[in-house]
Design a protein around this ligand. Sequence first.
Ligand code: NG6
Ligand code: CA
Length: 517
Amino acid sequence: MVDQFKKRMKKTMVWGLGTTLLVSCSGTAKQQSEEKSNPNVIIILADDIGYGDLSCNGEPTIHTPNVDRLAKSGVRFTDAHAVAATSTPSRYSLLTGQYAWRRNDTGIATGDAGMVIRPEQTTIADMFRQAGYATGAVGKWHLGLGDTQGSQDWNGFITPGPTDIGFDYSYIMAATGDRVPCVYVENQRVVNLDPNDPIAVSYKEPFPGEPLGKDHPEMLYVLKPSLNHGHDQAIVNGVSRIGYMKGGKQALWVDENIADSITRNAVKFIEEHHDRPFFLYFATNDIHVPRVPHPRFAGKSGMGPRGDAILEFDWSVGQIMTALEKQGIAENTLIILSSDNGPVVDDGYQDQAVELLGDHRPWGPFRGGKYSIFEAGTRVPFVVSWPAQVKQAVSDALVSQIDLFASLCKLIGQDIPAGSAPDSRDQLNTLLGKDRKGREYIVEQAGSLSVSNGEWKYIAPSNGAAYNRLTNTELGNHKEEQLYNLHKDIGEKENLALHHPEIVKQFQEILESERSR
Ligand code: NG6
Ligand code: CA
């Protein structure tokens, strides 16, 4: 109690100091109005939810009422993009404002990867912290922890970690639901760890005596991996995962409870900071594999665990909205809801997602999906709600998550330090629905790079595979140039590169100049 009180006092004092410095020469009235205009900011980032997976985007096969309600209280975007078609590079780009493809070590991270964002880099969370906001990261991390791969002290203080890149509070899953270690890490310590049962993690070799999914299918009572997808190593909770792990039995998560657990902590963060501006990065585990929704949602979508996990995600969104309403801060809270990449149906477990999909189209009208340079890889749901300032609208402006950094800095009046967030541009007016054009062009990444200006989309040649047989995804890689007219051919069916060499040239030049910046 006393500790909490001290903590609260310390935070209030720091915030008070920041505000005083900011407005010291302008008097009390202005001070109050500035405080009022500094909204709370929450980024809700879903995992693998496709454009068509939310009913607000028009698919009649799924019902996500809470997201619908959020969309009705703000701007729903129809041409918004993650930077990459998988998690780590997508999240890296969002949080740093730098395209992940500028580095060669930002691919899908293992569960024992070192911190991909280095402590000396400036993140969006650093900017909020600097502005006097309380900052928190809750949910899926997948950006590495510790210094280098395998060097973490899972039984002690794991450092560097979220606090070194701007987050005062963190309650995270180190990587993904299908990667070890299967534990929550709160403020850089494993939650509920019994010191007499230390954790060991390896992505190199199994631990002698620890059963593996590939040898013990009879132990996989919750979910079995799909054929040839891997996911057949350490067994936790009746599900085999990627990577090897032993110990930490008391700390292991229960898949059915992940959404409850991280949502509860996000709500707690909101409650504890209701009286000062806060920035919350809330990254759900839904609907990444293994999809094991709570029994409250099991069987409710009629599409099996994948559809049920979407309902669970929608519930989490509702919990956040209710918490804000209860605290009386919903009006002045800006929520950005999006997804880290496009949808995938079978991503490694026998959860009947393919068999039960029916008429549902997770990718909406777009081609490809997660892992793909075609539109469905990165064109994601995107909603901006801020009841105090934003009017309801649907916007077809071209938007990229790369711009959240600069736009939110603009919102909170922070100057970006030289050299930081080099690829992020201020698009605040677009995000708030005041400008309907958006970016001149976006650059997207999945194997190859593409450039789109909303009407035309150019995909650079690539020797990568054209098809992912495991997930049944058209990856979009091709040895030749590709050019699509998205206004006339949203499904990217007709390659017009040979018909429009001048447009191809123009886009090549854009990509060239982006690459050499
Ligand atoms: C892939 C995994 C997939 C998923 C993905 C990461 C295989 C065959 N597939 O390598 O199951 O974990 O990585 O997804 O191992 S992401 O959304 O976090 O990027
Ligand atoms: Ca993802």
